[in-house]
Design a protein. Structure first.
Length: 255
């Protein structure tokens, strides 16, 4: 059960708390735990599906709210559900563009996934690390909540095709991937749907822009230029620096 009146702190995962794709440093875990101890409602909000958030957290913070798929998936009190999915007609049109641009993709349902990319793509190191799901054909997914393109003949044109379909599109040029979410789905929108409007946020990438922009305190981890002028504080993309900033938040709450 979420108490919207509680103080809330929202953490992105990759590049914000997790720097190796698989684990979160013990110093960061301890600092997040201190925030929880002093009364913060802890939320983890990631581009990863909920399935792939669980192994990274390693069983820590079982009561935390999880936002996956950049807002399309939710886990509250341990119950996972798809909050936003691709409409069949829109998914069909996206798949036409996928065929046109010979794209390889990772598509996530509420729990299982479909993947057509190369077996050595770096994204696979972050997919189903806990062996919790099944890799299936796209047609076997009951719904599609997240669609990630890992390669195409023209990534920019494919991204634009998604925008014309009314999808939320995050083109990560540094990683060579394009992330599609249904409609206007974002982490910030998912928070609002949960009744959370006042919060502190930590993020590092373009998909954290509106999350940091609307936060009472927005902390940018690293120096992504898309977040210039959006965050209130910038800290180094380093576990020690991030842990120190989170610990400062906990101490400020007590003071």
């Amino acid at each position: 059960m979420i108490n919207p009146a509680a103080r809330t702190v929202v953490f992105d995962i990759d590049g914000t708390l997790c720097f190796d794709g698989t684990t979160v440093d013990d110093r960061i875990l301890a600092a997040v735990g201190e925030c929880q101890r002093v009364g913060y409602h802890v939320v983890f909000a990631s581009a990863r599906p909920v399935r792939d958030l669980l192994p990274v957290l390693g069983g820590s913070f079982p009561s935390a709210t999880l936002i996956g798929g950049n807002g399309s998936l939710l886990s509250v009190d341990g119950r996972v559900r798809a909050r936003a999915v691709f409409e069949p007609a829109v998914l069909g049109a996206l798949m036409e563009a996928v065929g046109l641009y010979r794209a390889a993709y990772l598509a996530d349902g509420p729990w299982d996934y479909a993947y057509t990319g190369p077996d050595d793509h770096p994204i696979l190191s972050r997919v189903d690390q806990g062996n919790l799901a099944r890799r299936v054909d796209l047609a076997e997914l009951p719904d599609v909540a997240k669609f990630l393109v890992v390669g195409a003949s023209d990534m920019a044109a494919l991204a634009e095709a998604g925008r014309r379909l009314g999808l939320t599109v995050n083109h990560h040029l540094d990683e060579g991937i394009v992330d599609f979410a249904p409609g206007s789905t974002t982490k910030r929108e998912a928070l609002a749907a949960l009744g959370i409007d006042a919060y502190v946020a930590f993020g590092n990438d373009v998909n954290d822009l509106d999350l940091l922009r609307d936060a009472e305190l927005g902390v940018r981890v690293g120096t992504h230029p898309a977040l210039d002028g959006v965050a209130h504080v910038t800290v180094a993309a380093d576990p020690e620096a991030v842990a120190a900033e989170i610990a400062l938040l906990a101490r400020t709450a007590v003071a």
